[in-house]
Design a protein around this ligand. Structure first.
Ligand code: 3PG
Length: 208
Protein backbone atom coordinates (compact mmCIF):
# COMPACT_ATOMS: atom_id res chain seq x y z
CA UNK A 1 0.00 0.00 0.00
CA UNK A 2 1.21 3.51 -0.67
CA UNK A 3 0.74 6.25 1.90
CA UNK A 4 -2.41 7.63 0.27
CA UNK A 5 -4.02 4.16 0.36
CA UNK A 6 -3.06 3.85 4.02
CA UNK A 7 -4.58 7.27 4.79
CA UNK A 8 -7.77 6.25 2.98
CA UNK A 9 -8.00 2.98 4.90
CA UNK A 10 -9.20 4.80 8.04
CA UNK A 11 -10.64 8.27 8.74
CA UNK A 12 -8.75 8.38 12.03
CA UNK A 13 -5.22 7.18 12.75
CA UNK A 14 -4.93 6.48 16.48
CA UNK A 15 -1.75 7.85 18.02
CA UNK A 16 -0.78 5.09 20.42
CA UNK A 17 1.56 5.29 23.41
CA UNK A 18 2.28 1.90 24.99
CA UNK A 19 4.16 1.53 28.27
CA UNK A 20 3.70 -2.20 28.66
CA UNK A 21 3.97 -4.86 25.98
CA UNK A 22 1.09 -6.84 27.50
CA UNK A 23 -1.29 -4.09 26.36
CA UNK A 24 -0.14 -4.05 22.71
CA UNK A 25 -2.15 -6.86 21.15
CA UNK A 26 -5.38 -6.39 23.19
CA UNK A 27 -5.36 -2.66 22.37
CA UNK A 28 -4.75 -3.27 18.68
CA UNK A 29 -7.44 -5.95 18.64
CA UNK A 30 -9.93 -3.58 20.30
CA UNK A 31 -9.25 -0.90 17.67
CA UNK A 32 -9.43 -3.34 14.75
CA UNK A 33 -12.66 -4.84 16.16
CA UNK A 34 -14.13 -1.34 16.20
CA UNK A 35 -13.17 -0.84 12.55
CA UNK A 36 -9.88 1.06 12.85
CA UNK A 37 -7.04 -0.97 11.36
CA UNK A 38 -4.41 1.73 10.69
CA UNK A 39 -2.41 2.07 13.90
CA UNK A 40 0.42 4.50 14.70
CA UNK A 41 2.56 3.15 17.53
CA UNK A 42 4.73 6.00 18.75
CA UNK A 43 8.42 5.41 19.44
CA UNK A 44 8.17 7.22 22.75
CA UNK A 45 8.60 4.30 25.10
CA UNK A 46 11.25 1.59 25.39
CA UNK A 47 8.73 -1.12 24.49
CA UNK A 48 7.37 0.54 21.34
CA UNK A 49 9.31 -1.58 18.85
CA UNK A 50 8.44 -4.84 20.61
CA UNK A 51 4.79 -3.76 20.72
CA UNK A 52 4.85 -3.13 16.97
CA UNK A 53 6.35 -6.57 16.33
CA UNK A 54 3.75 -8.24 18.56
CA UNK A 55 0.85 -6.51 16.79
CA UNK A 56 2.24 -7.42 13.38
CA UNK A 57 2.62 -11.06 14.43
CA UNK A 58 -0.83 -11.39 15.96
CA UNK A 59 -3.02 -9.17 13.81
CA UNK A 60 -2.23 -9.43 10.11
CA UNK A 61 -5.30 -7.33 9.27
CA UNK A 62 -3.83 -4.30 11.06
CA UNK A 63 -1.66 -1.79 9.21
CA UNK A 64 1.01 -0.92 11.75
CA UNK A 65 3.08 2.23 11.52
CA UNK A 66 5.77 3.78 13.67
CA UNK A 67 5.22 7.31 14.94
CA UNK A 68 7.49 9.93 16.49
CA UNK A 69 10.34 9.07 14.11
CA UNK A 70 12.82 11.89 14.67
CA UNK A 71 16.00 10.82 12.88
CA UNK A 72 17.42 8.21 10.48
CA UNK A 73 18.30 5.86 13.37
CA UNK A 74 14.65 5.80 14.51
CA UNK A 75 13.60 5.13 10.93
CA UNK A 76 16.00 2.24 10.64
CA UNK A 77 14.79 0.73 13.93
CA UNK A 78 11.14 1.10 12.86
CA UNK A 79 11.77 -0.67 9.54
CA UNK A 80 13.62 -3.49 11.30
CA UNK A 81 10.64 -3.90 13.65
CA UNK A 82 8.34 -4.36 10.66
CA UNK A 83 6.68 -0.93 10.48
CA UNK A 84 4.45 -0.71 7.39
CA UNK A 85 4.53 3.07 7.39
CA UNK A 86 6.14 5.88 9.35
CA UNK A 87 5.14 9.24 10.78
CA UNK A 88 7.38 12.06 12.05
CA UNK A 89 6.48 15.14 14.08
CA UNK A 90 8.70 17.33 11.88
CA UNK A 91 11.54 16.89 9.42
CA UNK A 92 15.24 17.49 9.04
CA UNK A 93 17.12 17.28 5.74
CA UNK A 94 18.81 14.09 6.98
CA UNK A 95 15.50 12.47 7.91
CA UNK A 96 13.85 13.43 4.61
CA UNK A 97 16.75 11.94 2.65
CA UNK A 98 16.61 8.72 4.69
CA UNK A 99 12.84 8.39 4.23
CA UNK A 100 13.11 8.91 0.48
CA UNK A 101 15.85 6.30 0.26
CA UNK A 102 13.97 3.77 2.42
CA UNK A 103 10.80 3.95 0.28
CA UNK A 104 8.76 3.28 3.46
CA UNK A 105 5.30 4.88 3.06
CA UNK A 106 5.65 7.98 5.22
CA UNK A 107 3.90 11.06 6.59
CA UNK A 108 6.58 13.66 7.26
CA UNK A 109 5.57 16.27 9.83
CA UNK A 110 5.02 19.87 8.73
CA UNK A 111 3.69 22.99 10.38
CA UNK A 112 4.54 25.90 8.06
CA UNK A 113 4.36 26.68 4.33
CA UNK A 114 8.16 26.43 4.21
CA UNK A 115 8.02 22.93 5.73
CA UNK A 116 5.40 21.92 3.16
CA UNK A 117 7.58 23.23 0.31
CA UNK A 118 10.65 21.37 1.56
CA UNK A 119 8.69 18.13 1.90
CA UNK A 120 7.07 18.49 -1.55
CA UNK A 121 10.51 19.22 -3.06
CA UNK A 122 11.74 15.97 -1.51
CA UNK A 123 9.00 14.12 -3.44
CA UNK A 124 6.19 13.74 -0.90
CA UNK A 125 2.56 14.69 -1.54
CA UNK A 126 1.12 13.49 1.73
CA UNK A 127 2.17 14.76 5.12
CA UNK A 128 1.18 15.23 8.74
CA UNK A 129 0.27 18.72 9.98
CA UNK A 130 1.51 18.90 13.57
CA UNK A 131 0.48 20.22 15.99
CA UNK A 132 -2.61 20.86 13.90
CA UNK A 133 -4.95 22.65 16.28
CA UNK A 134 -2.15 24.75 17.74
CA UNK A 135 -0.90 25.63 14.23
CA UNK A 136 -4.25 27.17 13.32
CA UNK A 137 -6.50 24.16 12.81
CA UNK A 138 -9.21 24.38 10.18
CA UNK A 139 -8.24 27.93 9.12
CA UNK A 140 -4.61 26.90 8.63
CA UNK A 141 -5.61 23.91 6.48
CA UNK A 142 -7.87 26.08 4.32
CA UNK A 143 -5.03 28.57 3.82
CA UNK A 144 -2.56 25.79 2.97
CA UNK A 145 -5.12 24.27 0.59
CA UNK A 146 -5.32 27.43 -1.46
CA UNK A 147 -1.59 27.30 -2.26
CA UNK A 148 -0.81 23.57 -2.02
CA UNK A 149 -3.95 22.15 -3.61
CA UNK A 150 -2.38 18.78 -4.46
CA UNK A 151 -1.14 18.06 -0.94
CA UNK A 152 -2.87 15.50 1.31
CA UNK A 153 -2.75 16.26 5.03
CA UNK A 154 -3.19 14.16 8.14
CA UNK A 155 -3.68 16.85 10.79
CA UNK A 156 -2.75 15.62 14.27
CA UNK A 157 -2.52 17.32 17.64
CA UNK A 158 -5.46 18.74 19.56
CA UNK A 159 -8.10 16.97 17.46
CA UNK A 160 -10.96 15.31 19.36
CA UNK A 161 -13.97 13.12 18.67
CA UNK A 162 -15.99 16.35 18.59
CA UNK A 163 -13.80 18.21 16.06
CA UNK A 164 -12.62 15.39 13.77
CA UNK A 165 -15.63 15.63 11.42
CA UNK A 166 -14.93 19.31 10.68
CA UNK A 167 -11.34 18.48 9.73
CA UNK A 168 -12.42 15.52 7.59
CA UNK A 169 -14.81 17.77 5.67
CA UNK A 170 -11.86 19.70 4.21
CA UNK A 171 -10.76 18.68 0.69
CA UNK A 172 -7.07 18.49 1.62
CA UNK A 173 -7.62 16.33 4.73
CA UNK A 174 -7.42 12.62 3.87
CA UNK A 175 -7.44 11.39 7.48
CA UNK A 176 -6.80 12.81 10.95
CA UNK A 177 -4.61 11.56 13.78
CA UNK A 178 -5.35 11.61 17.46
CA UNK A 179 -4.72 9.99 20.79
CA UNK A 180 -8.37 10.06 21.86
CA UNK A 181 -8.95 6.52 20.55
CA UNK A 182 -6.37 5.06 22.91
CA UNK A 183 -6.64 6.94 26.23
CA UNK A 184 -3.95 5.89 28.70
CA UNK A 185 -6.49 5.39 31.53
CA UNK A 186 -8.50 2.91 29.43
CA UNK A 187 -5.32 1.10 28.37
CA UNK A 188 -4.10 0.82 31.98
CA UNK A 189 -7.55 -0.42 33.06
CA UNK A 190 -7.72 -2.93 30.21
CA UNK A 191 -11.03 -1.39 29.16
CA UNK A 192 -10.91 -2.79 25.63
CA UNK A 193 -14.65 -2.61 25.16
CA UNK A 194 -14.72 1.18 25.61
CA UNK A 195 -11.79 1.49 23.20
CA UNK A 196 -13.66 -0.59 20.62
CA UNK A 197 -16.64 1.74 21.04
CA UNK A 198 -14.46 4.81 20.48
CA UNK A 199 -13.05 3.11 17.37
CA UNK A 200 -16.54 2.30 16.08
CA UNK A 201 -17.56 5.95 16.39
CA UNK A 202 -14.37 7.08 14.66
CA UNK A 203 -14.73 4.53 11.86
CA UNK A 204 -18.16 5.95 11.06
CA UNK A 205 -16.78 9.46 10.39
CA UNK A 206 -17.16 10.55 6.79
CA UNK A 207 -14.22 11.78 4.75
CA UNK A 208 -15.05 14.35 2.08
C1 3PG B 1 0.89 13.23 18.33
O1 3PG B 1 1.52 12.50 19.04
O2 3PG B 1 0.96 13.25 17.10
C2 3PG B 1 0.03 14.14 19.05
O3 3PG B 1 0.60 14.44 20.27
C3 3PG B 1 -1.35 13.61 19.28
O4 3PG B 1 -2.01 14.67 19.73
P1 3PG B 1 -3.30 14.53 20.63
O5 3PG B 1 -2.87 13.84 21.88
O6 3PG B 1 -3.71 15.97 20.88
O7 3PG B 1 -4.31 13.76 19.84
Amino acid sequence: MDIIEIMRASPVMPVIVLNDIVHAVPLARALVTGGIRVLEVTMRTPVALDCMRAIRDELPEAIVGAGTIKNPADLDAAIKAGAQFGVSPGTTPALLAAIAESRLPFLPGTMTPSNVMAVVDAGFHAMKLFPAQQAGGIGMLKALGSVFAETHFCPTGGITAATAADYLALPNVTCVGGSWLAPSAMIEAGDWQSISQLAEEAARLKVR
